[in-house]
Design a protein around this ligand. Structure first.
Ligand code: ZN
Length: 198
Protein backbone atom coordinates (compact mmCIF):
# COMPACT_ATOMS: atom_id res chain seq x y z
CA UNK A 1 0.00 0.00 0.00
CA UNK A 2 1.27 3.43 -0.86
CA UNK A 3 1.24 5.52 2.26
CA UNK A 4 1.42 8.88 0.52
CA UNK A 5 0.62 10.12 -2.95
CA UNK A 6 3.14 9.01 -5.57
CA UNK A 7 3.96 12.70 -6.11
CA UNK A 8 5.05 13.10 -2.52
CA UNK A 9 7.08 9.92 -2.62
CA UNK A 10 8.91 11.24 -5.65
CA UNK A 11 9.55 14.57 -3.94
CA UNK A 12 10.85 12.84 -0.81
CA UNK A 13 13.12 10.69 -2.95
CA UNK A 14 14.66 13.70 -4.74
CA UNK A 15 15.15 15.65 -1.53
CA UNK A 16 16.68 12.67 0.25
CA UNK A 17 19.28 12.43 -2.52
CA UNK A 18 20.67 15.86 -1.53
CA UNK A 19 23.78 15.91 0.68
CA UNK A 20 23.14 15.99 4.41
CA UNK A 21 19.43 15.30 4.07
CA UNK A 22 18.27 11.99 5.43
CA UNK A 23 14.93 10.37 4.85
CA UNK A 24 13.31 12.03 7.85
CA UNK A 25 14.39 15.54 6.87
CA UNK A 26 13.30 14.85 3.29
CA UNK A 27 9.83 13.93 4.51
CA UNK A 28 9.62 17.02 6.68
CA UNK A 29 10.71 19.25 3.79
CA UNK A 30 8.33 17.58 1.36
CA UNK A 31 5.33 18.16 3.61
CA UNK A 32 6.44 21.71 4.23
CA UNK A 33 6.67 22.36 0.48
CA UNK A 34 3.21 20.91 -0.12
CA UNK A 35 1.77 23.20 2.53
CA UNK A 36 3.39 26.30 1.06
CA UNK A 37 1.40 28.66 -1.17
CA UNK A 38 1.71 27.98 -4.95
CA UNK A 39 3.40 31.40 -5.29
CA UNK A 40 6.15 30.55 -2.84
CA UNK A 41 6.73 27.13 -4.37
CA UNK A 42 7.01 28.68 -7.84
CA UNK A 43 9.49 31.26 -6.57
CA UNK A 44 11.66 28.57 -4.99
CA UNK A 45 11.54 26.40 -8.11
CA UNK A 46 12.49 29.39 -10.29
CA UNK A 47 15.36 30.42 -8.06
CA UNK A 48 16.82 26.91 -8.37
CA UNK A 49 16.43 26.82 -12.16
CA UNK A 50 17.85 30.33 -12.59
CA UNK A 51 20.82 29.71 -10.33
CA UNK A 52 21.64 26.55 -12.24
CA UNK A 53 21.30 28.32 -15.59
CA UNK A 54 23.41 31.36 -14.65
CA UNK A 55 26.09 30.21 -12.27
CA UNK A 56 29.27 28.85 -13.80
CA UNK A 57 32.97 28.38 -13.08
CA UNK A 58 35.29 31.39 -13.22
CA UNK A 59 37.54 30.70 -16.20
CA UNK A 60 40.64 31.35 -14.10
CA UNK A 61 40.09 30.10 -10.55
CA UNK A 62 37.01 27.87 -11.03
CA UNK A 63 35.03 29.40 -8.22
CA UNK A 64 31.31 29.82 -8.81
CA UNK A 65 30.32 33.10 -10.44
CA UNK A 66 27.75 34.51 -12.85
CA UNK A 67 30.45 36.24 -14.91
CA UNK A 68 33.19 34.91 -17.12
CA UNK A 69 35.79 35.97 -14.56
CA UNK A 70 34.99 36.25 -10.84
CA UNK A 71 35.44 39.59 -9.01
CA UNK A 72 38.67 38.41 -7.32
CA UNK A 73 40.36 37.33 -10.57
CA UNK A 74 39.08 40.45 -12.35
CA UNK A 75 40.65 42.71 -9.70
CA UNK A 76 43.99 44.01 -10.97
CA UNK A 77 45.03 45.08 -7.49
CA UNK A 78 45.16 41.46 -6.34
CA UNK A 79 48.50 39.65 -6.49
CA UNK A 80 47.98 37.20 -9.35
CA UNK A 81 51.34 35.56 -8.69
CA UNK A 82 50.10 34.15 -5.39
CA UNK A 83 47.51 31.37 -5.66
CA UNK A 84 45.72 29.90 -2.66
CA UNK A 85 44.33 26.43 -3.31
CA UNK A 86 41.04 25.70 -1.51
CA UNK A 87 38.64 22.78 -1.62
CA UNK A 88 35.47 24.70 -2.37
CA UNK A 89 33.90 28.10 -2.95
CA UNK A 90 32.82 28.31 0.71
CA UNK A 91 36.46 28.14 1.82
CA UNK A 92 37.26 30.94 -0.62
CA UNK A 93 34.46 33.01 0.92
CA UNK A 94 35.86 32.36 4.41
CA UNK A 95 39.28 33.75 3.43
CA UNK A 96 37.73 36.67 1.57
CA UNK A 97 35.83 37.58 4.72
CA UNK A 98 39.11 38.23 6.53
CA UNK A 99 39.78 40.98 3.97
CA UNK A 100 43.52 40.47 4.46
CA UNK A 101 44.48 38.03 1.72
CA UNK A 102 45.72 39.82 -1.38
CA UNK A 103 46.42 36.95 -3.72
CA UNK A 104 44.03 34.97 -5.89
CA UNK A 105 42.55 31.50 -5.46
CA UNK A 106 42.14 28.14 -7.12
CA UNK A 107 39.05 26.12 -6.23
CA UNK A 108 39.49 22.34 -6.50
CA UNK A 109 35.83 21.44 -5.96
CA UNK A 110 36.66 18.51 -3.73
CA UNK A 111 39.62 16.64 -2.29
CA UNK A 112 41.34 13.39 -3.14
CA UNK A 113 39.74 10.50 -1.27
CA UNK A 114 40.71 6.95 -2.16
CA UNK A 115 38.00 5.75 0.20
CA UNK A 116 35.25 7.58 -1.68
CA UNK A 117 36.86 6.81 -5.01
CA UNK A 118 37.72 10.45 -5.69
CA UNK A 119 41.01 10.64 -7.56
CA UNK A 120 43.19 13.52 -8.79
CA UNK A 121 41.27 13.51 -12.08
CA UNK A 122 37.99 14.24 -10.30
CA UNK A 123 39.03 17.64 -8.92
CA UNK A 124 40.30 20.78 -10.71
CA UNK A 125 43.95 19.78 -10.45
CA UNK A 126 44.85 19.68 -14.13
CA UNK A 127 43.44 23.20 -14.34
CA UNK A 128 45.72 24.30 -11.49
CA UNK A 129 48.78 22.88 -13.22
CA UNK A 130 47.81 24.72 -16.39
CA UNK A 131 47.65 27.99 -14.47
CA UNK A 132 51.15 27.38 -13.14
CA UNK A 133 52.53 27.65 -16.69
CA UNK A 134 52.02 31.38 -16.22
CA UNK A 135 53.87 33.77 -13.92
CA UNK A 136 53.31 32.32 -10.44
CA UNK A 137 55.58 32.78 -7.42
CA UNK A 138 53.78 30.95 -4.64
CA UNK A 139 51.07 28.34 -4.23
CA UNK A 140 49.50 28.28 -0.77
CA UNK A 141 47.75 24.99 -0.09
CA UNK A 142 44.75 25.67 2.13
CA UNK A 143 42.89 22.38 1.87
CA UNK A 144 41.23 21.19 5.10
CA UNK A 145 43.25 19.37 7.72
CA UNK A 146 41.10 16.25 7.27
CA UNK A 147 42.66 13.05 5.91
CA UNK A 148 41.41 13.97 2.42
CA UNK A 149 42.69 17.53 2.70
CA UNK A 150 46.14 16.36 3.81
CA UNK A 151 46.30 13.70 1.10
CA UNK A 152 45.44 16.36 -1.47
CA UNK A 153 48.01 18.81 -0.07
CA UNK A 154 50.73 16.17 -0.25
CA UNK A 155 49.78 15.20 -3.79
CA UNK A 156 49.75 18.80 -5.00
CA UNK A 157 53.06 19.70 -3.39
CA UNK A 158 54.73 16.70 -5.05
CA UNK A 159 53.35 17.83 -8.40
CA UNK A 160 54.48 21.42 -8.01
CA UNK A 161 57.90 20.94 -6.39
CA UNK A 162 59.71 20.11 -9.66
CA UNK A 163 58.49 23.38 -11.22
CA UNK A 164 60.52 25.39 -8.71
CA UNK A 165 57.47 27.40 -7.64
CA UNK A 166 57.33 28.05 -3.88
CA UNK A 167 54.77 25.75 -2.21
CA UNK A 168 53.45 26.48 1.28
CA UNK A 169 50.82 24.94 3.54
CA UNK A 170 48.65 26.94 5.93
CA UNK A 171 49.62 26.39 9.56
CA UNK A 172 47.96 23.55 11.41
CA UNK A 173 46.21 25.95 13.78
CA UNK A 174 43.15 24.90 11.85
CA UNK A 175 41.40 22.15 13.86
CA UNK A 176 41.72 18.66 12.43
CA UNK A 177 38.82 17.80 10.18
CA UNK A 178 37.44 21.29 10.62
CA UNK A 179 35.75 22.81 7.63
CA UNK A 180 37.42 26.13 6.89
CA UNK A 181 34.09 27.91 6.62
CA UNK A 182 33.34 27.35 10.31
CA UNK A 183 36.62 28.73 11.53
CA UNK A 184 36.80 32.32 12.73
CA UNK A 185 38.71 34.98 10.84
CA UNK A 186 41.48 35.36 13.42
CA UNK A 187 42.28 31.64 13.22
CA UNK A 188 42.29 31.77 9.43
CA UNK A 189 44.66 34.73 9.38
CA UNK A 190 46.98 33.04 11.87
CA UNK A 191 46.95 29.90 9.72
CA UNK A 192 47.80 31.98 6.66
CA UNK A 193 50.57 34.01 8.31
CA UNK A 194 52.07 30.92 9.91
CA UNK A 195 52.18 28.97 6.67
CA UNK A 196 55.14 26.68 6.25
CA UNK A 197 57.34 25.77 3.32
CA UNK A 198 56.60 22.30 1.86
ZN1 ZN B 1 38.17 33.64 -10.36
Amino acid sequence: MELYSGYINKLIEELAALPGIGNKSAQRLAFHLINMSPDKVNRLANVIVEAKANVRYCKECYTLTDRETCPVCANEKRNHKMIMVVENARDLAAYEKTGKYEGVYHVLHGAISPMLGIGPGDIKLKELMERLQGDVEEVIIATNSSLEGETTAMYISKLIKPTGIRVTRIASGVPVGGDLEYIDEVTLLRALEGRVEL
